[in-house]
Ligand binder design. Structure first.
Ligand SMILES: Nc1nc2c(ncn2[C@@H]2O[C@H](COP(=O)(O)OP(=O)(O)OP(=O)(O)O)[C@@H](O)[C@H]2O)c(=O)[nH]1
Ligand SMILES: [Mg+2]
Length: 69
């Protein structure tokens, strides 16, 4: 569904307690910006194309002592 042949489609199930930040993380990954959320009724499904660079940048930052957010 729209992904490049060299990049396999990966399906991720995001689980967490109420108000844990699941929707915030989902939309941060999709739009690379913080959005205001309301409690989710049911569930959200989003297609996100190529988050590799974003995740790589996060991992690089988290691996730097003292730079955690
Ligand atoms: N301080 C802080 N607040 C966060 C973070 N992530 C999300 N929040 C806040 O936590 C609240 C809940 O975030 P949501 O993303 O709606 O949480 P959710 O897990 O989707 O909640 P439900 O849909 O009700 O299960 C919001 O007010 C967010 O702004 C974070 O990393 N740090
Ligand atoms: Mg939610």
């Amino acid at each position: 569904m729209g992904h490049r042949a060299s990049q396999p489609e990966v399906r991720v199930l995001l689980l967490g307690l109420d108000n844990a930040g699941k929707s915030t993380l989902l939309y941060k990954l999709k739009h690379d910006m913080s959005v205001s959320t309301v409690p989710t009724i049911g569930f959200n499904v989003e297609m996100i194309d190529d988050v590799g660079e974003t995740i790589h940048a996060w991992l690089m930052r988290w691996e730097m002592p003292g730079l955690r957010h």
